[in-house]
Design a protein around this ligand. Structure first.
Ligand code: A4P
Ligand code: MG
Length: 173
């Protein structure tokens, strides 16, 4: 039994410092302009093709009434990834995917072709000017909590789900 342990220790010692342990992260997707369902499908494919990111679960699509916003109903979903990217690098990649989808930002909460929010990054708590994790508004939003509960029920407290039960969110037809 001693030999394998020695071999493993040697391999760990030899591992380059930049090799990171994958982190389990959750990304919220939303859109209410153009063809939202197609945008979400394309975004999931773009996330899955990102070097350093493995897409490991995806929720169904949900139709939801706009919250704190106007315009048409949204289509929302949540995906789970394992990633060796840092949280800022993952956010930068998500913003690049938003731009590719034609995202414009005329004003806050404006209707959008694609919105990608980093909801959770392992158990990290991050507060910086460009990135807050857990996403600061996710706990009040049924369009985030329902799809998240579908793929990661352990990350959504029951009382939170009950608190948002009045918000209109339905399976996307
Ligand atoms: N930022 C900070 N933390 C994060 C994070 N965890 N993930 C910063 C993503 N971005 C984060 O975002 C503004 C800035 O937030 C970014 O530059 C980034 O550095 P944005 O996407 O440019 O602007 P926004 O989306 O208009 O504003 P915000 O505050 O992100 O809005 P939310 O909270 O994303 O809400 N109703 C329904 N039914 N479905 C929706 O999807 N979405 C919104 C937008 C409102 N109502 C909705 C939906
Ligand atoms: Mg956003």
């Amino acid at each position: 039994m001693a030999a394998p342990i020695q071999a493993r220790t040697a391999a760990q010692t030899a591992a380059p410092e930049h090799v990171r342990e994958p982190v389990l992260a959750y990304i919220g997707l939303g859109a209410n302009l153009g063809d939202p369902a197609a945008s979400l499908a394309a975004a999931m494919a773009a996330i899955a093709s990102t070097p350093g990111v493995t897409l490991t679960a995806r929720s169904a699509l949900y139709a939801s009434a706009p919250v704190d916003a106007g315009g048409p109903d949204y289509v929302n979903a949540v995906v789970q990834v394992h990633t060796v990217l840092t949280a800022p690098d993952l956010l930068a990649r998500l913003q690049a995917i938003e731009l590719q989808a034609g995202r414009e930002r005329p004003y806050r909460n404006a209707p959008r072709t694609l919105d990608l929010d980093l909801l959770l990054y392992g158990d990290a708590h991050i507060t910086s000017p460009r990135l807050e994790v857990p996403h600061p508004r996710m706990g009040e939003r049924a369009f985030v909590l329902l799809p998240l509960a579908e793929i990661a029920p352990q990350r959504v407290p029951q009382d939170r789900l009950q608190a948002v039960a009045g918000q209109r969110v339905n399976p996307y037809p």
